[in-house]
Design a protein around this ligand. Structure first.
Ligand code: PLP
Length: 398
């Protein structure tokens, strides 16, 4: 009965729209005496009924706590369902960075290159520079606006990394020709899709092999956990599953459970993040201290047409270029009372950072002024605007 319940729900989810998937995917109340949510199953050992079952492990859903528990299964089922019917499965890891690096390793081969956008998340770049060479692979950084021109780098490549929009500078890559060229060349594609979430862009439906997320951000949504996930298309799923198993990776049970809780409200939170961020971006546009806003949903952003074609919606993270010195940017940040100064994003609370791009752009070095990156949280926009006004006043006095 429990299995039937699970199967029925999994099948039904193929036809559900994303908000319904968010509310129900991965739940299996009949398995847990009718309780809506799965329990936090803390487990290493699972006892087998007899020696034959133990030796063959055939048909055993939960052979060992590392591989699967009802809590792990609830989240992996939900995350796979969110990516649409072409998604074959999901693995969980202890952080978003671990998800990025594991996905890169799935496709890396000695003597081959990994193509990485120049505007990727800085620790992705650090991994590529410091760790990949030890395994015989080498990163080649490409201009994120290269589009179909990526063909010039595909010879000798085994992985194409995508990130949209780019970390801190928010450029939108023209992905369809890149994905098509990589596919034709037999190069594995992966995307860090943390900004958009599968509610805005479903990578596997667009032909990308691996959809990577820092669930630490919007899936968790409350700044109280670290988790990463990779969802794979059918052809790469067996290799991903095997590598995940062989590394002995898994996310913590508590974090998995909290991510399931966060997931149920992700859509309503994102709507609010999006609306508030756009209001603040519009307000910033009128400020004399701002050179330009880095937000692809704004009509005058250089990536707007691509954003409109591929995404059409946005979330709470964007940047703006300050007309001023780094010291003035620091004075701006130091005056903020609601925007916290801290890393990460995607939680309920607003955050601000000064982007550090000096070391992390080699193809297109950043030559404009300091960038302030905002994560717009769920607070009242009027209070956030007052906070930013405080920052500008301090900047003027600095
Ligand atoms: C775009 C992007 N990808 C991946 C990560 C890494 O996530 P985590 O902090 O869970 O390791 C971050 C974190 O800020 C990020 O901004």
């Amino acid at each position: 009965m429990a299995d039937e319940d699970r199967k029925n729900r999994a099948n039904a989810s193929e036809n559900w729209r994303p908000d319904t998937v968010l509310a129900h995917a991965g739940l299996s109340p009949k398995t847990f005496h009718g309780f809506v949510n799965p329990p936090v199953v803390r487990a290493s050992t699972v006892l087998f009924e007899n020696a034959d079952a133990m030796l063959s492990r055939r048909g055993i859903r939960y052979p060992y706590g590392l591989m699967n528990t009802p809590t792990i299964e609830a989240l992996t089922t939900a995350l796979t369902a969110l990516e649409g019917k072409d998604a074959a499965g999901t693995v969980l890891v202890p952080s978003g960075l671990a998800a990025v690096t594991l996905a890169i390793l799935v496709g890396s081969r000695p003597g081959k290159t990994v193509l990485v956008p120049d505007n990727s998340y800085a620790p992705t770049r650090r991994f590529c520079d410091e760790t990949l060479p030890d395994y015989g692979a080498k990163a080649v950084y490409y201009d994120p606006l290269i589009g179909g021109g990526i063909v010039q780098h595909l010879d000798g490549a085994s992985v194409l990394v995508l990130e949209a929009p780019g970390s801190h500078t928010f450029e939108m890559p023209d992905m369809p020709p890149m994905i098509a060229a990589a596919k034709a060349a037999g190069v594995i594609t992966m995307i860090d899709n943390t900004w958009a979430t599968p509610l805005i862009y479903r990578p596997i439906e667009h032909g990308i092999d691996l959809a990577v997320y820092a669930g630490t951000k919007y899936q968790g949504g409350h700044s109280d956990l670290m988790i990463g996930s990779i969802t794979a298309g059918a052809s790469i799923w067996p290799a991903l599953k095997r590598l995940h198993l062989n590394f002995g990776l898994q996310a913590g049970t508590e974090e998995i459970w909290l991510t399931l809780r966060g997931l149920r409200t992700m859509s309503v939170r994102l709507e609010r993040h999006e609306r508030s961020a756009l209001q603040i971006a519009e307000w910033l546009r009128g400020r004399p201290e701002v050179t330009r806003i880095l937000h692809p949903a704004l009509p005058d952003d250089p990536g707007h047409a691509i954003w409109k074609r591929d995404f059409g919606r946005s979330t709470g993270l964007f940047g703006f270029v300050l007309k001023g010195s780094e010291d003035q940017a620091k004075a701006f940040l130091n005056a903020l009372k609601i925007f916290g100064l801290g890393f990460s994003w995607g939680g309920f609370e607003s955050l601000a950072v000064m982007s550090e791009l000096k070391q992390s752009r080699t193809v297109r070095p950043w030559t404009e002024g300091p960038i302030i990156r905002l994560h717009v949280g769920l607070e009242d926009v009027a209070d956030l605007v007052e906070d930013l006004e405080r920052g500008f006043a301090a900047m003027a006095a600095a």
